[in-house]
Design a protein around this ligand. Structure first.
Ligand code: CUA
Length: 158
């Protein structure tokens, strides 16, 4: 009798988790950052060459796409971000695009929800709105070797 209760309880918990996932993906539109496509080098081509010819990574940096919207295109490499310094106006609606030209890196901006894995040839994408002026640090939060701790950048909102 008691066992039957537990079986029903576990089914209920499963249903609740499933409902929560559906709710998150459909109603809240939660998207796991990092799965927006793959850059595949041609035969004999380096990953760097392949990334460099693939939009938007052919032009790393800040690009205005609308009255208040910007694309920020970032390449990760051992051990730096390209670009390392980013400037945006207050209120900027930003779409971050990131990838790596060598090994696994990360792009994390403390104080925001920006948190993207920079994986070789994989396109990571995330939106964020910078509503207040300030100075942010960009850090690599995936261990990438000897100078991992020096792989930082700055993002200035003014
Ligand atoms: Cu790049 Cu850690």
């Amino acid at each position: 009798k008691l066992e039957k209760g537990y079986v029903w309880l576990s089914i209920l918990v499963l249903v609740a988790f499933f409902a929560a996932i559906i709710y998150a993906s459909v109603v809240l539109a939660v998207v796991v950052p990092g799965d927006s496509g793959q850059i595949v080098p041609k035969r004999g081509e380096t990953l760097f060459a392949a990334v460099s010819r693939t939009k938007p990574f052919d032009q790393p940096g800040v690009h205005q796409t609308g009255p208040n919207s910007y694309d920020v295109v970032v390449l990760g490499q051992a051990w730096m971000f390209n670009p390392a310094a980013i400037e945006l106006p207050v209120g900027a609606e930003v779409t971050f695009w990131g990838t790596s030209i060598d090994i696994d890196h990360g792009l994390y901006i403390p104080g925001t929800t920006v948190n993207i894995m920079l994986l070789p040839g994989q396109i990571g994408k995330q939106r964020y709105r910078f509503s207040r002026p300030g100075q942010y640090r960009i850090i690599c939060h995936e261990y990438c070797g000897m100078l991992h701790h020096q792989m930082t950048g700055t993002l200035t909102v003014k």
